[in-house]
Ligand binder design. Structure first.
Ligand SMILES: Cc1cc2nc3c(=O)[nH]c(=O)nc-3n(C[C@H](O)[C@H](O)[C@H](O)COP(=O)(O)OP(=O)(O)OC[C@H]3O[C@@H](n4cnc5c(N)ncnc54)[C@H](O)[C@@H]3O)c2cc1C
Length: 247
């Protein structure tokens, strides 16, 4: 396929999000080290590690899809935001073995979940690590000084799982046309905001000028399905709604 590259990149940054003492998410950066890697905000790559082969055929690597959370305007590194599962699989292997300096193989870019920078209003809807490709889009809009309104509706379990909290709040401060709406789905006495699934943020939302709004939804398949139905009931046409999903 045109434009697909395969690179061997070293991890140069790791940030852990812990909940009840367990690492639930990792933000990882892979250093590009001067190598160009063209992609569009929202696209994904395939990641592999040389010490993680397929169970069925140890001569082959296990490749796993991962959205790029950084903006293409960032030339120093590619960033990923990964849910770390406790069951055997690629993410557990990353959780157990990744360190600064450890190499990863990157193949891509792929995908049609791509930011349309010529759109009018934009509404992003995410749950959990579904923020990853959307972060790449929001960072791009912030960097280019997008002049139309763009909003993020973000649902996560509790305040420990509010990924990119500081960065998102600082974009809100510096970009008056960017707003975030958050909700948690589990008990958390320290949370002073809304409770409920992200669907409860979308149900009452008016979306001024819904016909001029482009929607991007990313998260688990049940949420994506619910939100698509809610938006359709509000009058959004299928071509206004782009989705990416994983379990
Ligand atoms: C387009 C796209 C973008 C995505 N972006 C993100 C993202 O930004 N962040 C994120 O957290 N997730 C993302 N995902 C989900 C990610 O690809 C994995 O599916 C997810 O991390 C599941 O975790 P895992 O560790 O079980 O993964 P995997 O290891 O890929 O497991 C998935 C399946 O493969 C099997 N499997 C695991 N290891 C092996 C092996 N060695 N040999 C054979 N089979 C094996 C497992 O049993 C399981 O059924 C994305 C998915 C897609 C499709």
């Amino acid at each position: 396929m045109d434009g697909i590259r395969e690179l061997n990149l070293k991890c140069n940054y790791i940030e852990d999000y812990l909940d009840l003492g367990k690492v639930e998410f990792k933000i990882l950066r892979l250093e590009l080290n001067g190598q160009p890697f063209d992609f569009q905000p929202g696209q994904f790559v395939m990641l592999a590690m040389e010490d993680y082969p397929l169970w069925q055929d140890k001569a082959k690597l296990k490749w796993t899809s991962m959205s790029i959370a950084s903006t293409p305007l960032e030339k120093e590194y590619l960033e990923f935001c990964m849910t770390i599962k406790s069951t055997p699989g690629f993410s557990k292997h990353v959780g157990d073995t990744i360190n600064v300096g450890v190499p990863m193989l990157v193949k891509g870019p792929y995908g049609r979940f791509i930011l349309d920078q010529g759109a009018g209003r934009i509404a992003f809807i995410a749950t959990g690590s579904g923020i990853a490709p959307i972060m790449g889009m929001i960072r791009t809009l912030a960097a280019i000084g997008y002049e139309k309104p763009f909003d993020l509706y973000y649902g996560f379990r509790n305040s420990n799982q509010f990924l990119y909290r500081e960065e998102l709040l600082s974009i809100v401060k510096s970009h008056p046309n960017f707003k975030i709406h958050t909700t948690i789905s589990r008990d958390d006495p320290s949370w002073k905001g809304r409770h409920g699934y992200v669907q409860t943020l979308i149900e009452p939302a008016g979306f001024d000028g819904i016909n001029e709004t482009q929607f991007y939804i990313c998260g688990n398949p049940a949420m994506v399905d619910d939100i698509k139905k809610l938006l359709a009931a509000k009058g959004a046409k299928p071509e206004q709604v782009r989705t990416e999903q994983w379990a």
